[in-house]
Design a protein around this ligand. Structure first.
Ligand SMILES: Cc1cc2nc3c(=O)[nH]c(=O)nc-3n(C[C@H](O)[C@H](O)[C@H](O)COP(=O)(O)O)c2cc1C
Length: 347
């Protein structure tokens, strides 16, 4: 049904307009909570404990869909066990000029150069607060990044501002140093800079778990060094991965890809690479450690979720699959996980 709607109507709409339309519907969903919840609630077999929280399912929504935290309740209702809001920055900012979001339908992929369009950390507080007091809410991750106007040398102050403000409302906090669309941001993955940054955020966050989100375009050595750094800084986990700047494994015509230009590629073509980085990270984390690994990148089915859990992830996230599979995507994945016999560690 959604596939038909997508192929006949949605794919003809400007991707950002379609996102706006979907967001308005998701915001209104809590009005139908009583009717929808019994049908959409994840099966109890999927209950999973991680980061000191109980998740209704290991599957959640990756950062970037609900940048301003206005859709948390509706997204939870649709079956996501956690919703990672943001990326939020210290200063509200419009993001890059449009167009900045592109569908590669043949590849079930997206290219985006949104550039952290968001209303700023302070504006998100009241939205998160409202979502937090709702019963049956999803776990809420808060992803923070650097404002475009903040010079790279002052990046840590920008992150610490957001961390200090948002920590009281976050179930976990994510330091995003891996989006390709803020000039210089990924340079923060350099070890010296990163060590100082995460220590400052960690101390601002107090007891709230802090995780780091990394790019898929790092060398194996760099990945291992980042994991060591995260363990040394006593971060609680890592998210692998953000979008890639590579353009590998695509069926879409080269001319179309070049016309789109810069941006991060997500969706199915990212799957193999993201899985490789996940395996690399898993191998670098001592087995006895309670460091939480969240896998993202190219997940579209319950089998993909299981593959990542088997590769060592504790939780799994998706974004692009939501665009291609529609509003019942998380529900279908949850149902399929149960059918495939998966049991969460708290079931
Ligand atoms: C349109 C779009 C916007 C995104 N914005 C963010 C963001 O603000 N912060 C972030 O950490 N990741 C962002 N991401 C990356 C996703 O969270 C995720 O890591 C990536 O898309 C890989 O997962 P997927 O293949 O399931 O989409 C964005 C992705 C897309 C497609």
């Amino acid at each position: 049904m959604y596939k038909l709607l997508f192929n006949t109507v949605l794919r003809r709409l400007d991707p950002e307009f379609a996102h706006l339309l979907a967001s308005s519907v998701i915001k209104a969903l809590p009005l139908a909570d009583a009717a929808l919840r019994p049908f959409l609630r994840p099966h109890k077999n999927l209950r999973t404990v991680a980061l000191g929280r109980e998740f209704t399912t290991p599957f959640g929504l990756a950062a970037g869909f609900d940048k301003n935290a206005t859709q948390i309740t509706g997204l939870g209702l649709l079956g996501f066990g956690h919703v990672e809001i943001g990326t939020l920055t210290m200063h509200a900012q419009p993001g890059n000029p449009k167009p900045r979001l592109f569908r590669l339908v043949k590849d079930s992929a997206l290219i985006n150069r949104m550039g952290f369009n968001n209303s700023g950390s302070a504006a998100a507080v009241s939205h998160i607060t409202k979502a937090k007091i709702r019963p049956n809410r999803p776990v809420i991750g808060v992803n923070i990044g650097k404002s475009k106007i903040t010079p790279l040398a002052d990046a840590a102050d920008d992150y610490v501002f957001s961390a200090t403000l948002l920590t009281p409302f976050a179930d976990y906090l994510v330091v995003n140093v891996s989006s390709p669309n803020t000039p210089g941001l990924r340079e923060l993955q350099q070890l010296n800079t990163l060590a100082k940054l995460v220590r400052r955020v960690q101390s601002a966050a107090g007891t709230t778990p802090v995780l780091l989100k990394i790019a898929p375009d790092l060398s194996d050595t760099h990945i291992e060094q980042i994991v060591t750094l995260a363990l040394d800084a006593q971060l609680r986990g890592i998210i692998v991965t953000n979008t890639t700047v590579a353009r590998d494994n695509l069926s879409t015509a080269d001319a179309k890809i070049s016309a789109i230009g810069a941006g991060g590629l997500s969706g199915k073509p990212l799957a193999t690479k993201a899985l490789q980085v996940l395996r690399r990270v898993r191998a670098a984390v001592p087995t006895e450690s309670d460091f939480t690994i969240i896998a993202a990148g190219g997940v579209s089915s319950a089998q993909d979720v299981l593959e990542r859990l088997a590769a060592g992830a504790h939780l799994v996230q998706g974004y692009s699959g939501f665009i291609y599979n529609g509003p019942l995507w998380a529900h279908k994945i949850n149902r399929e996980l149960v059918k495939l016999g998966y049991r969460g560690n708290a079931a």
